[in-house]
Write a protein that binds this ligand. Structure first.
Ligand code: SAM
Length: 261
């Protein structure tokens, strides 16, 4: 059975304010996309969400088509002036073979157990390049909060995991043609804000945590981080670009069937 993490409808109103990049990073992401992807046609943003990236891409003159399974996320994207949006599933894209020179997905494939089918669809509808923008937070205090929350969940028998495979992990399975470093940022954020995001189950992996386990994990966060008022957030943001041919080869090797033509 295909598992899709519960609908993002529940977070649509708060999505943008809780998934921020450091100042100036969005502009650099869009510039990197423009410079490094073939722009002789449209770009497909799979799992476009609120248009966090699609809207600035569009503002720079790119011809962006976005698809998503969440009506409320799409409504937010529509409110930003994006007018080529479709309610559709990444595992069954409503487009003809090779309709787009390039496609992109950002923070999508880890949500979908049948991520191979997503890749199969990427390989079918895209002619040249597939890309993703990855944000890595390692060795910083904000990351420590996440680790503490997950460990506390595990103490009560709830393993936090994702049904699919992250785009960043995909880069280990399919060799990218290019990895473009975009930003290395270091910011100080208020601990109270970070904890509040956990308390209000802001991130998708919180949504399946049973109430009792969540309560235990929150008590643990409050206890361990009580003396702290601010936290350091370190992020590396980079663009990964794959040749779609290597995505097709990977899917074919994995036995999903590859292209239908
Ligand atoms: C973490 S958000 C990322 C949104 C956007 N790419 C960004 O970076 O802000 C994941 C998005 O993928 C969508 N999604 C999840 N499963 C999907 C599927 N099977 N097909 C299409 N979209 C899906 C969710 O509704 C959500 O809007």
């Amino acid at each position: 059975m295909r598992v899709v993490r519960a609908s993002f409808d529940r977070i649509a109103d708060r999505y943008d304010e809780t998934r921020t990049y450091a100042p100036g990073v969005i502009e650099r992401i869009v510039a990197a996309i423009e410079r490094n992807l073939p722009m002789n046609g449209r770009i497909l943003d799979i799992g476009v969400g609120t248009g966090r990236l699609a809207a600035p891409m569009r503002a720079c003159g790119l011809d962006v088509v976005g698809i998503d399974v969440s009506v409320m996320m799409l409504e937010k994207a529509g409110g930003k002036g994006l007018d080529q949006l479709l309610l559709a599933d990444a595992t069954a894209l409503p487009f003809a073979d090779r309709s787009f020179p390039c496609s992109i997905s950002v923070h999508l494939t880890h949500l979908i157990s049948d991520w191979l089918k997503v890749l199969s669809e990427v390989g079918r509808v895209t002619s040249e390049r597939y890309a993703s923008v990855v944000t890595e937070r390692e060795g910083c205090e904000v990351e420590e909060i996440r680790r503490t929350y997950e460990e506390a969940c595990a103490e009560l028998g709830h393993e936090v995991n994702h049904p699919g495979l992250r785009e960043s992990d995909l880069a280990r399975a399919i060799k990218p043609v290019k990895v473009v470093d975009i930003a290395n940022s270091r910011e100080t954020v208020l601990k109270a804000d970070v904890i509040e995001r956990y308390r209000t189950r802001t991130y998708s992996y919180h949504w399946e945590v049973p109430e009792q386990v969540h309560g235990h994990a929150m008590d643990r966060l409050e206890e361990i981080f009580r003396p702290v008022t601010s936290l350091e957030r370190k992020e590396r943001v980079y663009l990964i670009i794959w040749d779609v041919e290597s995505v097709r080869e990977y899917v074919a090797r994995a036995g999903v069937g590859g292209l239908e033509d």
